[in-house]
Design a protein around this ligand. Structure first.
Ligand SMILES: Cc1cc2nc3c(=O)[nH]c(=O)nc-3n(C[C@H](O)[C@H](O)[C@H](O)COP(=O)(O)O)c2cc1C
Length: 362
């Protein structure tokens, strides 16, 4: 596939097309106000990104319920109080020419009580002394995802990206290790996927025809089983329930180490599925123009840019002008990030990521 394909537009089942193949991955940065309202730093970061040439920009993980919080100063979308700040974010992305999506998140058993979170496990075995969510509580959380999507739509976002990765609630429910329920949300893989599917279907029913739905899936850890996840993904693609699937890998070149797909690249396990009108993208160490083009060559429709997008807000524009572009080498200094426009809170958050900020730099 020629390099120039990175700059071809991409249509979706719903809503407007993406002007190119670059999507900003969701990036938590802990710079919102304490109640989840978008801060001046959130708005500033969004403005910087909106000028960077992305086809679609996802927000960081945003809480669909106050009690589902995982990070201090996490962006919120669980109340109408959040609408004004979100509207400003959506407006600035649109003015820059990109599409926009809010990532919808609930931390499940990992909700942090120090921040007002209520740990909400799928199983009574996960956390000592904490009972599994009742069926009614699961339905309430499902409905909170749907209400939050409506808020994203009311704020002017083109869509939402449903966080089904990294052991947070939807991924937790998928896991046979973390979900031993006996109601309709547990047991078979169809039952364990029910919460995700009801969230998607509810959003489709409640929001307008053009509203876009992405779904983020990760495969590793938390007792998740690749074979099962592939099967449920095949059904979701076959039913065209979503506009795009975002494979959250830590390395897009990752090779499967065990099981039926051992020795194949993780990407190929999913690119080989029939995807009808659904678009497929992947994240994971896409740090150069060449790697971005390769990921399309390997069968993806678009790429998700994470850390390379923090290092330079305009990664797509860099790639457009230089087909040999490579991200700066890690670690970088705090001053480098500051000069680039990152807030002090964001820089502090990045100090927690391995080998990103030079430890001696202030
Ligand atoms: C600072 C930082 C914050 C992140 N926050 C989120 C998040 O809010 N939601 C999410 O699904 N993934 C999150 N991730 C994962 C990224 O979206 C991405 O999948 C991962 O970093 C791999 O891509 P990369 O190698 O291009 O960084 C985060 C990653 C980083 C580095």
């Amino acid at each position: 596939m020629p390099f120039s394909d990175l700059f071809k537009p991409l249509s979706f089942l719903h809503g407007p097309e993406m002007r190119n193949r670059f999507m900003l991955a969701p990036l938590t940065n802990q710079q919102s106000e304490l109640d989840g309202v978008a801060s001046e730093s959130d708005r500033d970061w969004t403005r910087q990104l909106s000028r960077g040439g992305y086809g679609l920009i996802q927000t960081c993980a945003a809480t669909v319920e106050a009690s589902g919080i995982a990070f201090e100063r996490q962006l919120g979308i669980h109340s109408d109080v959040h609408l004004a700040g979100l509207t400003e974010m959506a407006n600035s992305i649109r003015e820059g020419g990109g599409l926009s999506a809010v990532q919808l998140h609930h931390a499940g058993h990992r909700a942090d009580p120090r921040l007002g979170g209520i740990p909400s496990p799928a199983s009574s075995r996960t956390l000592p002394g904490i009972k599994a969510l009742t069926t009614e509580q699961v339905e309430r959380i499902r409905d909170s995802f749907i209400t939050a999507a409506r808020r994203a739509e009311r704020s002017g976002f083109d869509g939402v990206a449903i966080h089904g990765a990294f052991g947070w609630i939807l991924s937790e429910f998928m896991s046979p290790l973390l979900n031993d329920r006996t109601d309709r949300y547990g047991g078979s893989i169809e039952n364990r996927a029910r919460l995700t599917i009801e969230v998607i279907e509810g959003i489709r029913r409640t929001c307008g025809h053009d509203f876009q739905i992405g779904w983020r899936l990760s495969i590793e850890r938390y007792g998740l089983l690749l074979e099962e996840l592939r099967e449920i993904t095949a059904a979701i693609l076959d039913r065209e329930l979503i506009d795009y699937l975002d494979l959250a890998l830590w390395d897009s070149a990752q090779v499967v180490r065990e099981g039926a797909f051992q020795g194949r690249t993780m990407l190929s396990v999913f690119t080989s599925l029939s995807r009808k009108g659904v678009r497929l993208g992947a994240a994971g160490k896409i740090m150069s123009a060449q790697r971005a083009a390769q990921v399309l060559d390997e069968g993806c429709d678009f790429v998700l840019i994470g850390r390379a997008g923090i290092l330079r807000r305009d990664f797509p524009l860099q790639v457009m002008t230089d087909d040999q572009y490579e991200s700066p080498r890690l670690p970088v200094t705090a001053q480098y990030l500051r000069t680039g426009g990152l807030s002090e809170r964001f820089i502090d958050h990045m100090r927690g990521w391995p080998a990103f900020v030079h430890p001696a730099s202030r």
